[in-house]
Structure formats: structure tokens, C-alpha cells
Design a protein around this ligand. Structure first.
Ligand code: NAD
Length: 354
């Protein structure tokens, strides 16, 4: 195997990151990881992901990748925040609960403290506002606590507000109007963000095609006028105006990119394209891709408002500006003859000073 001096395999080596801490918890014995990609614009903010990784190196790899994406997301949204990410390597099998979960969260708090404030944590896949309250017993560098504990609560409704604004901006560019009445929209994944987005889009008069791997989510369709239910693949490949991926990452790969029939691809999920080069394929197929890290910045903006002193009305106003950012990026992409994804990276890089 072609390793590098120091013994790290190539995917782990990243000269861009400021810090990487991997610690074995003294209470739980579980590995906890924090990656700080950049503090150039402020403290590195990023959620704490609890996931079953095969090894601590896999957890570290994920933290390195996700922390970099947070830097670009915060910079593109013009927040005075940097990019970081936390990981708790959970047990194989069931998600930990009770005493064990508490021990892991407190061990993670120790790792956060080791960074001395350059990293601030919040909730992410596998963790909740309740978990943040436990972490807060061990460190002050935590946000996204419940409203009753003085935090900004669940970020998902704010993420949904931002995604709706981003979809409207994409529709304006693709169809000449941000109006959603009568637009056909396929929404894949109706969890916390997707269900909130579905309600907003239905209220705006969109015709929804909804899919989720969890059949129990089908009940939502009955509550939304004109909504229909289908399976995730049919929703992705449907002949609709918009496809909005709101499940996990990797919705579009090298095969599906060429089979999409929508005009706009814009949703909440992180890492919707399996690799960045697919943005060029989408453009070649006449599909307007609204970059995910622009569309789904609402939750992060909500936490930035919490850091300043929380006011939900101000948070809603700030999150609605996701539409302005998306409009700016789509204009730049047209002017510079690049993909919207390249234009989004360019905007973030400018704000990062390089
Ligand atoms: P969630 O876990 O509440 O919901 C995800 C939903 O997707 C679930 O209903 C699940 O059953 C469904 N799902 C999973 N795999 C699927 C598949 N292959 N096909 C169809 N459905 C599938 O998660 P969430 O908080 O709603 O987040 C959704 C996405 O948005 C994630 O990619 C997340 O990283 C991203 N995101 C969320 C926020 C936030 O504020 N929660 C902020 C930014 C980005």
C-alpha cells in the first residue's frame, strides 16, 4: 500500500485543516473526533454526528470531509463562523441509550473542551437537542439547545424555510417566475426538514409527489391537498418541474444524473451529488442544480442568530436571504459560464479571502 510518511493513508491527509482531535473517552471507551477545518471567519461550528463507523479512522475521515463543507456553507451564507464537525463513533448495532449514551456525550464534551472554543458543537444526524443538553453539562461550547433551555431549538423548520426560498430562486431562473402555484415538485425524504418543506410547498400551491423509504411517512400525503405518494427512485426520475432531495446524501450518481427528467434539482440533503463533476453533467442535460450547501444553510443561520442573542423573527428574516444568495450564484454562473456549484465555491472562496 502506498502510504505516506507518518503512516497515514492518503484520504486522511489534509493539509487544509487546522486541527484534528481523536480521543478515546475515559467514561465510555468510545472514540470521539473533532475536525476544525477553518476558523478564518470565526469559531468553527458544526454538528455532532453519532454514527456506527467501522473504525475511528472512518469517523475521522467523515469529520474531515464534513468540516470542510461547513466552512464553505458558512462563508457562502456570509456568517462570521468557520467550519468544524464532531463525531461520536457509536456501538455497532443499536444506537446507544441510557447511561452509555450519556457517558459518550460527556466524553465528546471533553474533546470539545480540548479545542478551547475554536470548535462549537450542535445537533446533527444521530443527535438531538436533548443530547446537546447533556453535552452542555461538560462544555459551554454548544448551541442548538431547546428553547426551554435558552437555545434556538430544532433547526429543521428554518432549514425548510431556506430550501423553499432556494427553490423559488431556481424556478425564477428556470421558468421566469418564483411562483410555486401549479409547479410539480418531487420531494424525496420527509423527515424533519422534508415534512416541514412539504407543508410549506403544499400551502404555496405546488403539486407534490412524495417518497420516503419509511412507509409510515405515507400518512403525511393525506394531510396535503393534491399530494401523491411514490417510491424514491420513481420520485427522483419523475417528469416534474423540481426534484428536491431531502433524505441522506448521494441521491444523484453518474447513472441517475443522465436519467433525471426534472428541470430543477434543489433540496435539503447534504452531498446530493456523489461527486462534484456531476454538476457539469447536469448542466449539459439542461438541469439547473441549486447547490445543496447554499439551499440548506437555514439551520446554520438559525444557530448563528442564537450566538448573537436569539430572536426567531430575525432568524426567519435572515434565513429567507438564502433565496438572495441562490439568485446571486445563479447569475454569476450564467455570467461566468460555469456551473452553479462552481459559482457557489467561488463566492465562498472570495469571502474566505482567497
Ligand atoms: P431526518 O433523519 O429527520 O429525515 C430523513 C428522512 O429521509 C427520513 O424520513 C428517512 O426515512 C428518509 N430516507 C432515508 N433514506 C432514504 C432514501 N434512500 N430514500 C428516501 N427516503 C429516505 O433528517 P433531516 O434532519 O430531515 O435531514 C434531511 C437531510 O437534510 C440530511 O441530508 C441532512 O444532512 C440535511 N440537512 C438537515 C438540516 C436540519 O436542519 N435538520 C440542515 C441542513 C441539512
Amino acid at each position: 500500500m502506498g502510504g505516506v510518511p507518518g503512516g497515514l493513508s492518503p484520504p486522511l491527509v489534509s493539509l487544509e485543516h487546522e486541527e484534528l482531535v481523536i480521543r478515546r473517552g475515559r467514561r465510555s471507551g468510545a472514540y470521539t473526533v473533532v475536525a476544525v477545518h477553518s476558523t478564518a471567519r470565526g469559531p468553527a461550528l458544526g454538528g455532532c454526528r453519532m454514527w456506527r463507523y467501522q473504525s475511528s479512522a472512518d469517523g475521522a475521515r467523515d469529520a474531515l470531509k464534513l468540516s470542510r463543507a461547513m466552512t464553505f456553507k458558512a462563508a457562502a451564507a456570509d456568517l462570521r463562523l468557520g467550519g468544524g464537525k464532531g463525531v461520536i463513533c457509536a456501538d455497532p448495532g443499536r444506537a446507544p441509550s441510557g447511561r452509555r449514551r450519556r457517558d459518550m456525550l460527556l466524553d465528546f464534551a471533553d474533546t470539545v473542551n480540548a479545542l478551547d472554543g475554536s470548535y462549537v458543537t450542535a445537533e446533527d444526524v444521530g443527535t438531538s437537542a436533548r443530547d446537546m443538553a447533556v453535552i452542555a453539562q461538560g462544555t459551554s461550547h454548544v448551541r442548538g439547545l431547546s428553547r426551554s433551555k435558552g437555545g434556538s431549538g430544532d433547526p429543521s423548520p428554518f432549514t425548510a424555510i431556506g430550501v423553499e426560498a432556494a427553490i423559488r430562486a431556481c424556478c425564477e431562473r428556470a421558468f421566469g417566475s418564483p411562483e410555486l402555484r401549479g409547479r410539480s415538485i418531487a420531494l424525496i425524504g420527509v423527515g424533519r426538514v422534508g415534512s416541514s418543506l412539504a407543508k410549506r410547498l403544499a400551502r404555496a400551491g405546488a403539486k407534490l409527489l412524495i417518497a420516503d423509504i419509511d412507509e409510515s411517512k405515507r400518512a403525511l400525503v393525506a394531510k396535503l391537498p393534491g399530494a401523491r405518494w411514490t417510491d424514491p427512485t420513481s420520485a427522483l426520475l419523475a417528469d416534474t418541474d423540481v426534484v428536491a432531495p431531502c433524505a441522506l446524501g448521494g441521491a444523484v450518481d453518474g447513472v441517475t444524473a443522465g436519467r433525471l427528467r426534472c428541470r430543477v434539482l434543489c433540496g435539503a440533503a447534504n452531498n446530493q451529488l456523489t461527486h462534484d463533476g456531476l454538476a457539469e453533467d447536469l448542466r449539459a442535460h439542461g438541469i439547473l442544480y441549486g447547490p445543496d450547501f447554499i439551499a440548506n444553510a437555514g439551520g446554520l443561520i438559525n444557530i448563528a442568530v442564537e450566538i448573537e442573542g436569539y430572536d426567531p423573527a430575525r432568524a426567519r428574516r435572515r434565513v429567507a436571504q438564502v433565496g438572495d444568495t441562490m439568485r446571486e450564484i445563479l447569475e454569476r454562473a450564467d455570467t461566468d459560464r460555469v456551473t452553479p456549484l462552481e459559482a457557489a465555491f467561488a463566492l465562498a472562496r472570495t469571502r474566505l479571502g482567497g
